[in-house]
Design a protein around this ligand. Structure first.
Ligand code: NOJ
Length: 559
């Protein structure tokens, strides 16, 4: 196995961990998380096995969309720290073997951004064309809004000049006009700035909307006929400036359309994209206790260039979107995991975390995380998943899953020493509160979810077959089972997951194997014999999961 390749293209076998500095750890006791707190927990993240931190927006903000409404792309929100603190964090992370990427939110700015203030000041402002304006009354665009609870149009009338500006998201997030070369130059400068401070790339927000020029004039479009050329330019810019930096794009589109955002066969646009389709079908498969939807989604992934990668996840900071399922499929997932209206949001997603959705069933929870790390791609965790945090439905909308990290059973879950009413959001209450779910307790418990996720990460890192290899879904007789064989170079790993509650025995046949090889269990002690025809019988408990390395008699790989 060519282990050396794994350091070269590091992101193919990375473990990404998303967090918001604001809710991770408050070190100065003012109620808000800060860089000084995060840096105190770098060793915790390194012990967990994280290799890449993804920081949610930490820039100065109007703070109406949890930092995704930015007022200064070059700044650091003073509540969180300074540029010096960011650099110290990046440096300390690097020392512990972790890279840092951050959200790049350049589809839009806050309406409080100086560019927008200048743009709206008059129709002949030099910044007017930084945004997209129209003078005539817009048509009905209510079907196009992203947040239907708050908006009914993607255009907002600006009283001062009597024209309308485009906003794909909230009205206080005017869309930047990338057709304007001056805007493109500014975006490149922003990226260059943070890369120079040590970031290893970006999670790029809302990529399809960023590239969208549908609302520009015909004349504009003629000067900028190929928005994907711009994405190619950004990828090569990051490559030139860093050598190995990445663009991890948010592109929630059908698989066929995602292929274009990778740059098709050339693989020269986004380095990685989240597999939203796989994620949504994972929930459908879990709801049904039938692996077929997930298997179909994996099989339907477009073939991508070796220069690209899928990012897998079971939860992110937004609503758990089910928008790409059919209406009846979505209802099945709602019925299984979020039957009450208060658990749902925007008519398309859930605002819950996984453990409460699974009624806290530890077998199912472990099976899902085992599956996440076994899927072909690079796994992305959202903070708190490793300890099984729940949500707080008393907190509005998507913020229900963005509550403070639970470090201990102390006041505020050890997140802050401030009065509880000063926190960015109240901590989780009830069975998933810090009294029951916290890092400190789980660190000293070898049977904890934290210990299990740490093991999964260790094994994932030791099995580059998963991040880099070819994955084949094996035929076997049980509808509730997903059996995958991941192969890279001379290594192969069989992973088997039971999405159903019944115990079963899975017959598998591995080409090219005979009784001189065996299947070595990587999660518990033991192995499964193979016969001369390469056949084995793998026993799976209800919601069971197994990682089995195909081990030849003369193998020198450590287990
Ligand atoms: C996508 C982000 O994930 C979400 O949190 C945000 O509200 C929108 N983009 C707008 O920036």
């Amino acid at each position: 196995m060519r282990v050396t390749d794994t350091s070269d293209v590091w992101w193919k076998t990375a473990v990404v961990y998303c967090l918001d500095v604001e809710t991770f750890l408050d070190w100065d006791g003012d109620g808000t998380g800060d860089f000084a707190g995060l840096v105190q927990r770098i060793d915790y993240l390194a012990d967990l096995g994280v290799t890449c931190l993804w920081l949610m927006p930490f820039y100065p903000t109007g703070d109406r969309d949890d930092g995704y409404d930015i007022t200064d792309f070059y700044g650091v929100d003073a509540r969180l720290g300074t540029h010096g603190d960011v650099v110290e964090l990046i440096r300390t992370a690097r020392d512990r073997g972790m890279r840092v990427i951050a959200d790049l939110v350049v589809n839009h700015t806050s309406d409080k951004h100086p560019w927008f203030k200048a743009s709206r000041s008059s129709t002949d402002s030099p910044y007017r064309d930084f945004y997209i304006w129209r003078a005539d009354a817009p048509p009905d665009t209510s079907a196009e809004v992203v947040f239907p609870d708050a908006e009914d149009s993607i255009w907002q009338l600006d009283e001062r000049t009597g024209e309308f500006y485009l906003h794909r998201f909230y009205r206080y997030q005017p869309d930047l006009n990338i057709v304007n070369p001056a805007v493109r130059d500014e975006i490149a400068k922003v990226m260059g700035f943070w890369l120079e401070l040590g970031l290893s790339g970006f999670r790029v927000d809302a990529v399809p909307f960023l590239l969208e020029t549908q609302e520009n004039t015909q004349q504009d479009k003629a000067t900028f006929p190929d928005p994907h050329a711009y994405l190619r330019a950004l990828r090569s810019f990051v490559g030139r400036r860093t050598g190995d930096g990445i663009l991890l794009g948010e592109v929630n589109l059908p698989h066929e359309e995602q292929a274009a955002f990778f740059g098709g066969g050339d693989g020269d646009e986004l380095t990685m994209q989240f597999d939203f389709i796989g994620m949504q079908n994972l929930y459908l498969a879990m709801a049904r206790g039938d692996a077929a939807p997930l298997a179909a989604a994996l099989r339907a992934r477009p073939v991508i260039s070796p220069d690209c990668q899928w990012a897998t996840f079971v939860r992110n900071h937004d609503e758990l979107t089910l928008d790409k399922l059919s209406d009846s499929e979505r209802q099945e997932v709602f019925a299984a995991f979020g039957p009450q209206e208060t658990m749902q949001v925007f008519g398309r997603g859930l605002r819950r975390r996984l453990p409460p959705m699974l009624d806290g069933d530890p077998r199912r929870l472990r099976m899902v995380y085992s599956l996440l790390f076994a899927l072909p791609g690079t796994p992305v965790l959202f903070y708190g998943e490793e300890i099984g945090m729940g949500e707080n439905l008393a907190v509005e909308g998507r913020m229900a899953v963005r509550t403070p990290m639970q470090w201990s059973a102390d006041t505020n879950g050890g997140f802050s020493t401030a009065r509880p009413n000063r926190l960015p959001a109240p901590v989780v209450e009830g069975g998933y509160s810090p009294a029951h779910v916290n890092v400190s307790d789980q660190r000293s418990d070898p049977d904890s979810l934290l210990a299990f996720v740490t093991l999964l990460i260790q094994r994932y890192r030791e099995c580059p077959e998963l991040g880099r290899g070819e994955c084949t879904i094996l035929e076997q007789p049980h509808a509730q089972v997903l059996a995958m064989l991941s192969t890279w170079d001379d290594g192969s790993l069989l992973t088997v997951h039971n999405l159903g509650a019944e115990r079963c025995t899975v017959p598998v046949q591995l080409d090219g194997c005979d009784a001189t090889s065996c299947l070595t269990d990587l999660l518990v002690q033991g192995n499964v014999p193979l016969d001369d025809g390469g056949r084995a019988e793998v026993v799976l408990e209800g919601y069971g999961h197994r990682w089995l390395r195909v081990t030849a008699a003369d193998s020198r790989r450590l287990v």
